[in-house]
Design a binder for this molecule. Structure first.
Ligand code: ATP
Ligand code: MG
Length: 450
């Protein structure tokens, strides 16, 4: 039974049959949440295929965690005084049981939760990756959406600087694979929490002296999360934060050594980077190495990928201590960057378009199409309208527009002779005929497309 209060909330007209919304204004997607439609969806698939290829080359395996998690996971994991937890989470109470839930705003907390919950690290570290939607209630604008997508990696259970360098370099491999050249690397070292505490005291003392140039947001964070003030995008505050005490000056030997080892690997790999003292990242869980890949081609939303080490996170969410490092990459931003860089993913086209002049030819045409598909040949069948198959001319137009290399024409005369006509669509070769045989591999060979 439909809940009448729910019907009222969604605006179902009273008296309308259950399940219908007739008479209502047409429904549109939630603001800031985009449909991904053809032909753009092909760019997404292409990108995801490239990503999967890179993951395999580095030995990272796929992990899929729920889109909804307990709200407490993000509050504890990300920290109360963060942009995400303060103002960006889609949190709600599950009306069925009163649970406090949140649409995941990022991927790391859920993956670490899963690793802890399933004791995934009992036999050693794990290299994981994910691709999927994230949700943040932000002001929608270019490169900033309320549902957006990330590909991310998490290398769990590895504490050494080698893995820091590995996850950074795999991004570079991805840029190269995609053909992107305009992405640069910023890195920093956030040290350990005692080092951040010492820096924090010095930073607060410095910021107290400069309250006059601080905006409201920075003033509010002065004592709760002063490190984040360094991250400000407010032009009026840039000179002030640039001159603030640097965390690097408060780091002990171990942290500096870790950072130095990462830099040495990057140097040896020929990867240029800038050490950015103001790079602090958004989440509380970061320590030691943090980094961002940035481009100038996307306007204000120029960070395409961000990540870092989070050795304290597993413990924070109730697990045994376990180090970890990872990154999250905004897919919308990378695709926008590809577009800005005039990089066109290869267009998909079927191998064959099946031209079906009449309903009589359909059973044999469909049988041949199925046989070819089983042999790995892609076949786009002409589909009939409600009452008609369409003229040969209109079918050939569609065959041409499909991008297929060949048209298979199931004409009555050929069929009567046990043959089918083959018409090359992309070059000037003459039309041929082929025997109608059921052996798919022979067919595929005859078509020279397998
Ligand atoms: P920003 O400073 O742009 O708000 P962030 O620090 O909040 O980014 P992260 O939490 O590090 O971003 O997420 C990793 C990546 O995910 C970002 O570098 C960006 O490419 C992408 N991203 C983050 N938020 C959004 C969003 N609202 N819409 C689209 N992409 C996003
Ligand atoms: Mg943000």
């Amino acid at each position: 039974m439909a809940d009448s209060s729910l019907a009222a909330k969604v605006g179902a007209p009273s008296g309308a049959p259950p399940g219908t919304l007739s008479g209502n204004p047409s429904l549109v997607a939630v603001k800031g949440m985009n449909d991904i439609l053809p032909p753009d969806s092909a760019h997404w698939e292409w990108f995801e295929d490239r990503v999967r290829g890179i993951m395999r080359r580095y030995g990272y395996v796929n992990v899929r965690t729920p889109i909804v998690e307990p709200t407490a996971l993000f509050v504890r994991g990300l920290g109360l005084v963060t942009d995400i937890v303060e103002k960006e989470m889609y949190s709600f109470i599950d009306s069925m049981n009163g649970d406090a839930l949140t649409l995941r705003p990022e991927g790391t907390a859920g993956v670490v939760r899963a690793a802890v919950e399933h004791s995934m690290l009992y036999d050693g570290g794990k290299r994981l990756y994910y691709i999927g939607p994230m949700f943040r209630h932000e002001r929608p604008q270019r490169g900033r959406y309320r549902q957006f997508h990330q590909v991310g990696v998490e290398a769990l259970g590895f504490g050494g600087p080698d893995v820091d360098a590995e996850v950074i370099l795999m991004c570079r491999t991805l840029w190269r694979d995609l053909g992107l050249t305009d992405v640069r690397l910023d890195i920093n070292c956030l040290g350990q929490s005692d080092e951040r505490q010492a820096h924090r005291a010095a930073l607060i003392a410095y910021l107290e002296q400069h309250r006059d140039v601080m905006d409201a947001e920075a003033t509010a964070r002065l004592h709760s999360n002063p490190l984040r003030i360094l991250d400000t995008k407010n032009p009026a505050m840039q000179a002030m934060v640039e001159a603030a005490p640097k965390l690097m000056e408060f780091l002990g030997e171990a942290s500096l050594k870790h950072f130095d080892s990462v830099c040495k690997v990057l140097d040896a790999a020929g990867q240029a980077y800038r050490v950015s003292h103001r790079l602090v990242r958004g989440m509380d869980y970061y320590c030691l190495t943090v980094f961002e890949w940035v481009t100038d081609r996307l306007g204000a939303q120029g960070t395409v990928c961000g990540g870092g080490r989070y050795d304290g996170l597993a413990e924070l969410i109730g697990g045994k201590p376990a180090p970890g490092i990872g990154w999250g990459m905004g897919i919308e931003r990378v695709l926008d960057l590809l577009h800005q860089s005039s990089i066109q993913p290869p267009a998909y086209a079927p191998d064959v378009y099946a031209v079906v002049p009449s309903a009589e030819a359909l059973p044999i045409a469909m049988q041949v199409a199925e046989t070819l598909r089983c042999a790995g040949v892609s076949v786009l069948m002409h589909a009939a309208g409600k009452d008609a198959w369409g003229s040969m001319k209109s079918q050939f137009k569609k065959a041409d527009a499909s991008g297929a290399r060949l048209a298979l024409i199931f004409g009555a005369d050929e069929l009567a002779r046990g043959e089918v006509a083959l018409k090359p669509l992309r070059d000037a070769q003459a039309q041929q005929t082929a025997r109608l045989i059921a052996d798919a591999s022979i067919w595929a060979q005859e078509l020279r497309i397998a």
